[in-house]
Design a protein around this ligand. Structure first.
Ligand code: GLU
Length: 302
């Protein structure tokens, strides 16, 4: 951003968007409340000797989990406490409990969309929970447990926008998305007349939208609804979702034992009601009631 005044305004708006200090008179934005979140029972007898990732975590004493830190209601880091919250974070915690590690001990690491495969391949993290779409291309590089949620690509625009109601209106418009993401790739392929802008994170895209540097932000509805809910006077999600984005838990490719254990854990946490409770206390706050979770795809060992 060239103009420092524009930058200052952008940062102010972004801070207001992310930290809920809205305009005077607007009610404080309700975020995930600790008292509403489920408490996950730690399966202390759990063992997974066939998983090199699990064994390494056992020796270390805790799990290292990759996540997002700037996606309201999904994966968000409180800058003051350093604590992470959101639906993805709850999924990470319930998985940790099922694998025998106290969720309080998880070490979260923020990893951007474009860096997830590398982080899993080089052992920086044990697993990844952060709006991570399962697809065949990525399956060549990493493994996926799940899916645990079905999102769809959508569009976020300024409240006063009149010309964009769906992806068919994007010709000549500046559209921002995250590098290395499936929405970015889809825009490139299916909507070549849009003028694409890529950043590492969606919060920088939103910042650019609020300051009129771009006309729309495109990614999963789950992410965009969170931004819109934080500043409803400034932003709106338009149109219908135009893709299917099944969210998986990324694991190192070849650690089938870990992948199957996570599939089992997800099935159990959906059955015992924790999945729904976690949804309602996090992503549900952006306005949608709990859907039925998608069927788990326990694909063969690879
Ligand atoms: N779910 C999409 C993806 O995995 C978009 C969200 C993201 O970038 O994390 O690429």
């Amino acid at each position: 951003m060239r103009n420092p005044r524009t930058l200052a305004l952008a940062l102010l708006l972004l801070a207001a968007a992310l930290f809920g200090c809205g305009r005077s008179g607007s009610p404080p934005v309700k975020g995930p409340q600790p008292e509403d979140l489920p408490v996950y029972r730690v399966d202390t007898a759990f063992r997974l000797p066939d998983s090199p990732t699990w064994e390494r975590a056992r020796r270390r004493g805790h799990l290292v989990v990759g996540a997002k830190e700037d996606q309201p209601y999904m994966g968000e880091k409180d800058p003051a406490s350093g604590r992470y919250s959101g639906f993805d974070i709850e999924i990470a915690k319930m998985m940790s409990a099922s694998l025998g590690f106290d969720p309080k001990t998880i070490e979260f690491k923020t990893i951007a969309s474009a860096n997830r495969e590398t982080a899993l391949q080089n052992g920086q993290i044990d697993y990844y929970v952060g709006t991570y779409t399962i697809n065949d291309n990525r399956k060549k590089q990493v493994g996926f447990a799940g899916p645990y949620y079905m999102a769809g690509q959508s569009l976020l625009v300024r409240k006063d926008e009149k010309g964009i109601d769906g992806p068919g209106d994007l010709a000549g418009k500046k559209v921002c998305s995250a590098a290395g993401s499936t929405p970015y790739q889809r825009l490139q392929k299916d909507f070549p007349e849009a003028v694409l802008v890529a950043y590492d994170t969606y919060s920088v895209c939103v910042d650019n939208l609020l300051t009129y540097q771009v006309d729309a932000v495109s990614t999963d509805d789950s992410i965009l609804l969170g931004y819109a809910a934080k500043v409803p006077d400034e932003l709106k999600v338009v149109g219908r979702p135009f893709s299917k984005e099944p969210y998986g838990i990324g694991v190192p490719r070849g650690d089938n034992a870990l992948r199957f254990a996570l599939d089992d854990a997800l099935a159990a946490q959906e059955k015992n009601g924790n999945w729904k409770k976690a949804y309602e206390a996090t992503l549900g706050l952006s306005g949608q009631s709990a859907p039925t979770p998608p069927a788990i795809d326990r694909y063969p060992a690879s």
